[in-house]
Design a protein around this ligand. Structure first.
Ligand code: ACO
Length: 382
């Protein structure tokens, strides 16, 4: 029985364009000094117009699969944690499934704001532990730049875009994701919110048909209350998950928190009575990328040599909902070396997956045209 879910691959993607605090100060009444002192952020990445939450997620997932040495056709489950999907349906995960050509994978999105990656990790871990799947790709991906009011200086300076992914694989060897705690408190829903659709023009008169009451689908936040909430729950959820794993804080080599704000992490470190060096931070260059922030920080921590085989690492997320969550993971990965030839071959594989997807779309159209020759399709009208 493959009860243990091990992380066997990881991958990240950041859009090329970076926006510095100085650039933002041209847009709103702010300064590099104010932003850096209050948040620890210097710059963030912003997606190009042709990039979406799904394309970012695909790039991260493809890199993670490469490290895991897993063919997309072997993938059994894809979960995308996101608050910025392009569509409510189809899910971002289905788009990623298509881009990867992961023909045998189930796919769904998970909404738990900045805690989403840890929630998704737990869903995938449990699916492996019960024998429902043998492996899973867990992705956090966001295009926060598209849900920000760029005139609101209290929020627009905080967020950025990006995606990170891990591949989980079942094994009978103990290790991997060892314990997880998930928590929520909906009474704090109004402290941090992002309304869904707000405008629905329909050919029926009456305000009730054209609006669901939301003004705009942009982030609304009570910064001070969120700050207080975050500093409290980081410490409590780390302690809770350690208790569940029967470990102490001294057994932990690295804590990778949701990268919201350096001051929040400093306050949490004080509460936990651990030095800041125990936390990994990259908020300075990425800003707050919501569900993507933990896997993005994981990639950087591995690159920087901050995680070694047999290290115990804690992921801790917190955010809208309110939600918070923590996982203890035994880092026991030895990735296979990837040669240049492999990389070329993998690039071709994804091009072929797109070709297959296009062919399936055409096949559906042809079948529909044969079955209902008189029906006019939207594509014909366009
Ligand atoms: N530049 C300059 N001044 C600003 C800016 C800005 N970008 N934003 C706000 N101010 C001003 C305010 O208008 C206010 O001015 P006033 O005193 O004249 O009224 C002053 O700065 C202080 O504002 P506060 O909101 O009290 O500032 P605070 O010290 O609380 O810092 C911050 C704001 C950074 C948002 C802080 O509350 C915080 O970190 N909160 C946590 C929220 C967070 O990280 N959210 C991320 C999303 S949630 C998540 O990921 C969990």
């Amino acid at each position: 029985m493959m009860r243990y879910a091990h992380i066997v691959g990881w991958g990240c993607y950041l859009p090329e364009r970076t926006v510095t605090n100085a650039e933002l100060s041209q847009l709103v009444d702010t300064s590099d000094e104010w932003i850096y002192q209050r948040t620890g952020i210097r710059s963030r990445h912003i997606a190009a117009t042709n990039e979406t939450t799904a394309t970012l997620a695909f790039e991260a997932a493809a890199r993670a699969l490469k490290i895991a040495d897993l063919h997309p056709s072997q993938v059994e489950l894809i979960i995308v944690a996101t608050s910025t999907p392009e569509y409510m349906f189809p899910s971002t995960a289905c788009k990623v499934q298509d881009y990867l050509g992961a023909g045998r994978a189930g796919a769904f999105d998970l909404s738990a704001a900045c805690s989403g990656f840890v929630y998704a990790l737990q869903m995938a871990t449990q699916s492996i532990a019960t024998g429902s799947v043998r492996n899973a790709v867990v992705i956090g991906s966001e295009t926060m730049s598209r849900v920000i009011d760029w005139q609101d200086r209290s929020t627009c300076v905080l967020f950025g875009d990006g995606a990170g992914a891990v591949v989980l694989k079942g094994s009978s060897i103990p290790g991997g994701v060892m314990a997880t705690t998930l928590r929520s408190d909906g009474s704090g829903a109004d402290l941090l919110s992002l309304p869904a659709l707000y405008h629905n023009p329909v050919p029926i008169s009456g305000a009730e048909f054209s609006s669901n009451g939301h003004h705009k689908n942009i982030i609304d936040m009570d910064g001070r209350q969120v700050y207080r909430f975050a500093t409290n729950v980081i410490a409590t959820s780390v302690m809770d998950v350690l208790k569940q794993a029967e470990l102490t804080i001294d057994d932990i080599d690295l804590i990778i928190p949701h990268q919201a704000n350096t001051r929040i992490i400093e306050a949490a470190a004080k509460k936990l009575k651990v030095p800041m060096e125990k936390f990994y931070l990259n908020v300075e260059n990425n800003g707050n990328t919501s569900a993507a922030s933990i896997p993005l920080a994981l990639c950087d921590a591995v690159r920087d040599g901050r995680l070694r085989p047999d290290d115990n690492v804690v992921f801790v997320g917190f955010g809208g909902g309110l939600t918070w969550a923590a996982s203890v993971v035994k880092w026991d990965v030895t990735p296979p070396p990837v040669s240049f030839g492999d990389q070329e071959w993998k690039r071709i594989r994804y091009m072929m997956a797109r070709g297959r997807s296009r062919m399936r779309r055409w096949q559906r159209r042809v079948e529909a045209a044969i079955a209902h020759p008189s029906a006019r399709r939207k594509d014909d009208i366009d």
